[in-house]
Design a protein around this ligand. Sequence first.
Ligand SMILES: Nc1ncnc2c1ncn2[C@@H]1O[C@H](COP(=O)(O)OP(=O)(O)O)[C@@H](O)[C@H]1O
Ligand SMILES: [Mg+2]
Length: 459
Amino acid sequence: MDTDLQVKAKQLWKEGNELMDVDNYSEAHKKYLKALKINPNYCDAMFNISLAKFLMHDLSGALEMLRKLEKIEQNRIDIFLVHGRIASEYIKLLAEEQRKCVFAAIGIDPNNKGITDLVADINSKIALIEASFGSLGEKLQGNGEVYRTKNQDENKLTVEREEVTRNMLRKSSVNLGSVVGMQHAKKVLNDEFRLLRASESGKYGNMFQNTGIILYGPPGVGKTRLVLAFAGQHNLPVYTVRINEVLDMWTGNSEKNLQKIFDAAIRDPPSLIVIDEIDALGRERLSRDGSDRTLVNQFIVSMDRLREEGKGVMVMGTTNRPFDVDQALRRGGRFQTEIYVQPPDFRDRVELFSFFLSEFELSHDNEAMEILARETELYTPADIEKICREVLLNYVIDNPESIKPEITLNNVLSTIMGYRAGGRTVKLWYERLKESMGKDWFDFEYPELAEDVMKFSKV
Ligand SMILES: Nc1ncnc2c1ncn2[C@@H]1O[C@H](COP(=O)(O)OP(=O)(O)O)[C@@H](O)[C@H]1O
Ligand SMILES: [Mg+2]
C-alpha cells in the first residue's frame, strides 16, 4: 500500500483514539471507519471499532467486527479476550430479553404451549452453557485466576437456570388439563408420580425407585406435550437433554455435558430429566464417528447412578421409533415403564375438536363434534389443532369486519377436506412398523401395539 495512505490511515486512527479518551465514541467510530476505508485490513482500526461499538451498546455490531478481525489476525490474545468478554455481555442481554418475552407471554395466555417450549429451550441452552464452562474449568485447573472466574460464572448460571425452571414453569401453569384425552398415559404417569414422591422421601429404600419412563407412539400424538404438562402439573423442574446439543466435537465433552445435566437434576429433586427423541441417542453418535458407544455408555452409567443418588429424579424419554432405542437402555431396570401413546380414538377426537374450537358456539354442539370426529380417523391431535387454526384463519380472511367470529360445521368440514395430510402420517407409521418388524416380536413384547398395527395399517 501507498505509504502516504498508510500515514493518513494511522493519523485518523490516532484522532479516533483521542476522541475515545474524551468518551466521544460516535465521532471516534467515524474516524476509525474512515481509516478502515483507506486500509481495509487495518487491524487496529477494526479492533477499536469493535470497542467503540461496544461502548455505544451495539454488542452485535462489535461481535461482527471482531469475527472479521479474527480471520485476519489469528494470534492476538487481546482480540479473543475482548471478543469473549463482549460475547458474555451479549449472552446476559439476550437472557434478559428472553426472560421478558416469557413473562410477557405468560401475561397474555399462561396456558399457551409455546411458553413451555420456549422455557424448555432456554433451559437446555443454559444447561449446555454451564456444561461447557464445567469442562473448561477442568482444563484450566491450576490456573487460579481463570478458574476462579469460571466458578463465579457457573454459580450465576445455575441460579439463573433455577429461576427459569422453577418460577416460569410454575407460573406458566401448563398442566394436565391442557392435554386432551390420553387417559391411559395420564394414569400411568400419575402413579409414577406417587412412586417418585415415595422414593424421594427415602423411607422405602430403592423399592419404589423407577429411574425411567419411555413414551412411544406415532408422531404428533402429544408425547412431548404430555411430559411437559406433567412437569407443570407437579411443579417439577425440567432438565431437557437434546441429543444434538449434547453432542460436542471434542472427545469426552458430550459425556461431560450429559453428566452435568444429571448432576444438576440430582441436586434439585424432585426433578425431571426429559430426553425428546431418545432414539437419537446412540444413533447420531454412531453415524458421526462409526464406532464408539461412549455416549450411550455414559447415559447408562448416569441412569444407574440415579438408583443410588437420584432419589426423586426421573428420566422421561419420548420416541416415534421405540425399536431404535438402544437395547441396553431398555434393560436392567433403566427404563422400566414404557407407555404406548395411541392416536386419539373417537371420543378423544370429539374432545379435541371441542377443545380447539372452544371459542365458538359450535363447540357445544355435540352432534357436530361427533361428525367431525368420524371424519378424522387416525388424525393426530396435532392435525386437529392445525385444522382448527386454519378454520379460524379462513374465517377471519373471509369476514374481516366480524367482531365475534362464528363458524359452522361446514366451515370445519371443508377445511378437513382440504387438509390432505391428515391421518397419513399415522397410517404410514403403522405400515412401516409392520414392514420392518417380525410379527413374533410384537406378539411378545408389545401386544397392544401389535393389535393397532394390524388394525390401522389396513384402514
Ligand atoms: N392431547 C393433546 N391435547 C391437546 N393438544 C395436543 C395433544 N397432543 C398434541 N397436541 C398438540 O399437537 C402438537 C404436537 O404434539 P407433540 O407433543 O409434539 O407430539 P409428539 O411428541 O407425540 O410428536 C402439540 O404442539 C400440541 O399443540
Ligand atoms: Mg415429540
